[in-house]
Ligand binder design. Sequence first.
Ligand code: ADP
Length: 687
Amino acid sequence: MPSPPPQQPALPILEHEDEIMETVEANPVVVVIGETGSGKSTQLSQILHRRGYTCRGAIAVTQPRRVAAVSVSRRVAQELSVPLGDEVGYAIRFEDRTSEKTCIKYLTDGVLLRESLSDPELKQYSVIILDEAHERSLNTDILLGLMKRLIMNRASDLKVLITSATLDGLKVSKFFSGCPVLNIPGTLFPVEKFYSTERPTNYIESSLRTAIDIHVKESPGDVLIFMTGKDDIDKMVAKLEERIKNLEEGSCMDALVLPLHGSLPPEQQVRVFAPAPPNCRRFIVSTNVAETSLTVDGVVFVIDCGYVKQRQYNPSSGMYSLDVVQISRVQADQRAGRAGRTRPGKCYRLYPMSIYQNEFLEATIPEIQRSSLAGSVLYLKSLDLPDINILKFDFLDPPSRESLEDALRQLYLIDAIDENGRITDVGRIMAELPLEPSLSRTLIEANELGCLSQALTVAAVLSAEITFRPIRSKVMEGKRKRQGLPDGSGWGDHIQLLQIFESWNQTGYDPGWCSDHELQVRGMKFSKDVRNQLSQIIQKIAKGPTDVQVRRGQKSDLDYRKLRRALCVGYGNQLAERMLHHNGYHTVGYRVQLMQVHPSSVLGGDEYGQLPVYVVYHELINTTRPFMRNVCAVEQSWVEPILKKLERLDIHKLSGRSSASKDPEYLEDEQVSAPKKATDAQQSEVD
Ligand code: ADP
């Protein structure tokens, strides 16, 4: 057993070590509730390790966010003085820093779900800690349901701990048949709250003024500023640095402004955990990742704009929107709490108290109630749980029937389930790929058609989430056409992504080529890595031979035909037809939505008449209006089989109920399954 860490911080969790261990010894499931920063993420695993639990198997600690899995594992490795990846490691999608030696493994909740596909009993673990359960991420919610089943089979040799900063402990305890709830008292100091008299018209400007005010007038202590996203953070950091520079020399202490968000390169993330230099105030400008996932020490002042950026899915339109929405009261309190960890603090709320009291929701809506569930439903189906009817799975908070049915329809259209809702052979292979269903279906079809190599590239680039936004300038309409990059040969974005990657490959993956074309080198390298991993996985699971080598040399249109066909099958649930007399497209399928090609698309600036009649799209997103992002031209003859499937679609059969057992409630939200066309009135909305 390793010796205790050299600089063990005095965290509240450690003071309750014996009580926690006694409860864990006596119960298979325990809920641990403790303030953010009390040591749940970093210490619980170490306590269990010290008490010998890792002799029986590894300890898994799930995190909803990738950045937290990486950052916390790094910290724990440091505290135990071991190299990261040895005894302590992390696994996130497409990145595995673990080894044979790893006995404390931090992993995203999605990765643990994936592991349970090949090892349903998760036998390698003696303890599973579902951390940050209050975040109510989609995957953690599904894990909660699975743990409930797992613990029945492994009651004697598995411990499950559910930890949370704010979660309603009783509700979770009830879900787990009354398991014990341990409340770890925190040592939060009082935080004085100041409210604005009204909502600011420009919240960046208002945060900026407040930050400067604190810097000039207040005693030492770091400032944590909550922003809604990376763009605003970048703006804020630049403006704040400039205003601080303009302050009269010697009028206040030094200042250091640091950004904090999920897509920050690791070396920059580390900077926020280093203590402030002497006589220096740090300003940490963060997304809500600093709300509970990452604890930054030294914060005494918090500036809370009261907003958060949230992705929401609407099952009736199949559309995502990335909305800036008001936070909940629970979130506002968490944000304020960050100011009182080391001494009494202050929180500046850029909204009136009446908004906090009357307009904010009590708690954030769980992700399961605002996401597309196709991937999750496919996953659950692939587990072959004995009694599972997806509409009746035991969720802590169930999703709406509409979104479950939407998921079933989507899966049916891409052949992952049959018309009776049973998972197909294709669906089983799809579930094993760490990709969203449309991309995994595309890969399988591409392998049949002999264009797997190209499809792998497209799937990798889309999954690596590389933006083709130029490094220096802002997004500009048609910019992607003007950078001297391949143009997709008129077939759209997927083909362009493929061409870009292949051109890069032809240079021997020269980073200089990326910079010359204003492409992010880090992102491009990541997509290459993702491609390698996907190639290995598909070689293991695909039936028959696979060809994964990247192609070189000139391409003819014929070369892209097979790939476009595979994409049409994969995105059979995301199909659109150009409107005859109007400037836009409408979805083809069981829902009606009007939309246009996003201006950032390689087809975006095209003459309307030149746009393809049928396209598939990777994503439908509502920004200023509904837009399809990443669009690929497909052909009518490929669309026809999908239309036939749509005609046969019977949601009663799909959801495992015979038509005869329709109940009145069910009939109410019944959808017409035949393909719908947009009406004239709807068409004119798009113009
Ligand atoms: P909780 O999970 O209860 O919110 P944590 O275990 O994350 O608490 O944090 C406990 C302490 O460890 C905090 O003081 C925090 O600042 C510190 N800590 C956590 N992660 C890191 C890291 N990556 N680097 C440095 N310190 C960290």
